[in-house]
Ligand binder design. Structure first.
Ligand SMILES: Nc1ncnc2c1ncn2[C@@H]1O[C@H](COP(=O)(O)OP(=O)(O)OP(=O)(O)O)[C@@H](O)[C@H]1O
Ligand SMILES: [Mg+2]
Length: 269
């Protein structure tokens, strides 16, 4: 059974699209069947991944009955993952996604489009709105992107509250997969202090151990529209996403280890 994860943040421009693309690509190259869906009406995934070179069709056309699933699910040429773009070519496409977020059709579409994958990443719009709530409505987990600034960390309780609300109203499966600190500037004493505080005061399960450092290479990868690991000098910069993929696998494994009494006492055979 595959897992659907929403990549969200309170503030814009903190690396949601970058994370969805790089983490998805890493998991895809590790042999998983992976899909990324751009649910951001202002979305940049089609640009960030160069999907536009192949098609301008996406979620908006599917929701308006102008395209079939197979026309909007685009596998990359190396087969590592598939991407569905937002398909926003006109202002009316933005409204189509927003309307569908409010009346349940986006959730229905996402359920239909995401079957058969091991991992689905929903690239969400910034902040809290009907599209994010629809994304949460179909998701198993949320990756919450945070910059290490004290003001931004204040968004954590709001997101946790929203998740609790969606969980109790419509989707009991929803969990916080983890908050992910990104654009981390290790040489900024204030950021270091905040990160140290966080690792001391917040339960380990809430935050990923992996932190994505601030690195100008990301801008270059965005311009070239490729996952970081494909840039000739991008391997070191891409490494945190490999670590993040491993950390996700570790969390899955540990969640799945029920530790039932029989397992402990009866052994493997
Ligand atoms: N760790 C990083 N270090 C430096 N720059 C980064 C990092 N991650 C992403 N960027 C750059 O920051 C910009 C914004 O990133 P991205 O588009 O992924 O953010 P976003 O949260 O999806 O934005 P939006 O809210 O507008 O959708 C991009 O130009 C990207 O290349
Ligand atoms: Mg984005």
């Amino acid at each position: 059974m595959g897992r659907i994860l929403t990549v969200s943040s309170q503030k814009g421009g903190v690396g949601k699209t970058t994370t969805a693309l790089n983490l998805a690509y890493t998991l895809g190259r590790l042999g998983n069947r992976v899909l990324v869906v751009d649910t951001d009406p202002q979305g940049g995934m089609a640009l960030a991944s160069n999907l536009r070179k192949k098609t301008t069709l996406g979620l908006a056309q599917y929701l308006q009955g102008e395209a079939q699933a197979e026309e909007i699910i685009s596998p990359t040429k190396d087969g590592a993952l598939s991407i569905i773009g937002a398909g926003v070519n006109e202002a009316s496409d933005i409204l189509a996604i927003e309307d569908a977020s409010r009346d349940g059709r986006l959730e229905e579409a996402l359920r239909a489009l995401t079957a058969g994958f091991d991992y689905v990443f929903l690239d969400a719009p910034a902040g809290i709105g009907s599209t994010v709530i629809a994304d949460f409505g179909v998701s198993d987990g949320v990756i919450l992107m945070l910059q290490c600034r004290s003001l931004l960390l204040k968004s954590l309780p709001i997101f946790l509250k929203l998740m609790r609300q969606v969980r109790s109203d419509r989707n009991p499966r929803l969990q916080l997969e983890g908050a992910l600190v990104t654009m981390w500037k290790g040489d900024d004493p204030l950021e270091r202090e905040i990160l140290e505080d966080l690792t001391r005061s917040v339960p380990e399960a809430l935050f990923f151990r992996t932190v994505i450092p601030y690195d100008d290479h990301f801008e270059q990868a965005s311009i070239r529209a490729v996952p970081m690991i494909l840039l000739p000098d991008g391997r070191d910069t891409a490494r945190p996403y490999l670590e993040l993929a491993m950390e996700m696998k570790e969390r899955e494994l540990l969640r799945g280890m029920g530790g039932s009494k029989d397992e402990h006492t009866e052994g493997l055979f």
